[in-house]
Design a protein around this ligand. Structure first.
Ligand SMILES: CC(C)(COP(=O)(O)OP(=O)(O)OC[C@H]1O[C@@H](n2cnc3c(N)ncnc32)[C@H](O)[C@@H]1OP(=O)(O)O)[C@@H](O)C(=O)NCCC(=O)NCCS
Length: 300
């Protein structure tokens, strides 16, 4: 029975990493190495050039080999977002939850270090990876083959998320369909807005967060204490126009400081209301008004 340790990469891993990449070659479309076996020196030069946030390796302690690698990078120009650049598990060691454990560690790290969003890319026919990515919270952005976004760090960092996840394991209680299709989602409370829905449930307790795909921000929450949604009436608004919007909150119990955002991302430009709508003390419940969208350059 193999024993595995997931730990940060060190330069001692260059030689066993070269072996891992050579033995993983056939798993990648067109091969990983391009047919030229990788050497320790090449891995060393490659690793020396990288400036990533986090590099994990999986050590097989019974054989002393490295059987997995994953790296996390900050998204260029975005302090709130990072991406999984590379992920590989040696073919002889797959289906043992090793990639999943690397990903959950990366998402934990991103949450603790103030990131709100983690992204990942893969190829559409990668049947091994898409269900796994969905299971740890990535949502497949429609029309992008395959680019996936995960807002679990943002949800876990909000007050209601911190309360829930003190009691419940975020991975075990996450509710998710795993089909190999893009996540074209809507939510009854936010109508035609294009969203991703994140839901956790355990022992009769549940929380749900709705993320506006264009604003790349949480636009609705539903907890045992309150439900609140920042809603814009127009799902595809023109840039620079005033836009009717509302904060719908079901009762008095909204927590001050929980911030929701209604906004849009379009044609490479980020559109946001001038201020984030707040769900606070029921004060804003049912408030309607124009949300003036302003424009900011999109970074990625
Ligand atoms: C993709 C890859 C990293 C997955 O590695 P792995 O270690 O075999 O994956 P894991 O065993 O950790 O993860 C599978 C998880 O998804 C779940 N899963 C996978 N397919 C599933 C399905 N169809 N239905 C339900 N659950 C599924 C498993 O149950 C497991 O979850 P668990 O840990 O809670 O049991 C590996 O196959 C690989 O290296 N492939 C080649 C390179 C590659 O494709 N890299 C990614 C490129 S972006």
């Amino acid at each position: 029975m193999s024993d595995y340790v997931i730990r940060p990469y060190t330069s001692e891993d260059n030689a066993p990493l070269a072996v891992m990449w050579n033995e993983s070659d056939d798993q990648w479309p067109g091969t990983f190495t391009g047919g030229v076996p990788m050497t320790e020196e090449q891995v060393r030069d490659w690793m020396d050039e990288e400036t990533c946030l986090m590099r994990l390796v999986i050590e097989n302690s019974s054989g002393g080999s490295i059987v997995g690698y994953g790296s996390l990078w900050e998204t260029a120009g975005r302090k709130d977002s990072c991406y999984v650049a590379l992920l590989n598990v040696h073919p002889a060691h797959q289906k043992r939850s090793l990639a999943r454990r690397m990903l959950t560690q990366m998402i934990d790290w991103a949450t603790e270090h103030g990131y709100r969003r983690v992204t990942i890319g893969t190829w559409p026919a990668n049947l091994k990876s898409v269900p796994l990515y969905k299971k740890v919270g990535f949502h497949w952005v429609p029309d992008l083959d395959v680019f996936m976004e995960n807002y679990i760090p943002a949800v876990r960092r909000m007050g209601f998320g911190q309360d829930f996840f003190r009691q419940h394991d975020w991975y075990v209680t996450f509710q998710r369909e795993l089909e190999q299709v893009a996540d074209e989602q809507r939510h009854p409370a936010t109508g035609d807005m294009k969203v991703f829905v994140f839901r956790w449930e355990e022992d009769g307790e549940a929380i749900e967060a709705v993320v506006d795909r264009y604003a790349q921000a949480i636009t609705g929450v539903d907890t045992a204490d309150f439900a609140a949604y920042a809603i814009v009436d127009e799902s595809e608004p023109a840039q620079g126009h005033r836009l009717p919007g509302a904060l719908a909150s079901d009762q008095q119990a909204g927590r001050a400081g929980e911030r929701l955002c209604a906004g849009r991302w379009r044609d490479g430009d980020r559109l946001e209301p001038p201020g984030l709508l707040r769900a606070g003390s029921g004060r804003d419940a049912g408030r309607r008004g124009d949300v003036r969208l302003r424009c900011r350059r999109a970074e990625a």
